[in-house]
Every structure is written in structure tokens, then in C-alpha cells.
Design a protein. Structure first.
Length: 58
């Protein structure tokens, strides 16, 4: 006899594992966005300009 799968049996990962994987991906994306935003601060009127020199491209 051959074995047949019931329609109620699921193939692959359980839904809870997939949910955890998606949650971890979303958390990592949020952390990357938040840490990237902290690098860029808006320039306010009346503040001292940053001293820098542009390199020559010749």
C-alpha cells in the first residue's frame, strides 16, 4: 500500500516559526532605520557651520 497525506497535514515550516522569522526581519529593519536617522541631524538657523574642505577632483 502507498501512504497518502491527509489534507490537514501541512508541509514545510509551522506558521508560528514563519511568524517569528517575519518579526525578526521587521525588528532588524526598524533598528537599521533608527540608527541611520541618528547620523543625520537637521541644520538649525543660527548654528555654527561645520568646518570642512572639499577635495580637488583633478
Amino acid at each position: 500500500m502507498t501512504e497518502t497525506k491527509n489534507d490537514t497535514e501541512e508541509a514545510g515550516l509551522p506558521k508560528s516559526v514563519i511568524g517569528v522569522i517575519i518579526a525578526v526581519i521587521i525588528i532588524i529593519a526598524v533598528v537599521i532605520v533608527v540608527t541611520g536617522k541618528s547620523k543625520f541631524e537637521p541644520v538649525n538657523v543660527g548654528t555654527q557651520a561645520i568646518e570642512f574642505e572639499l577635495p580637488t577632483l583633478d
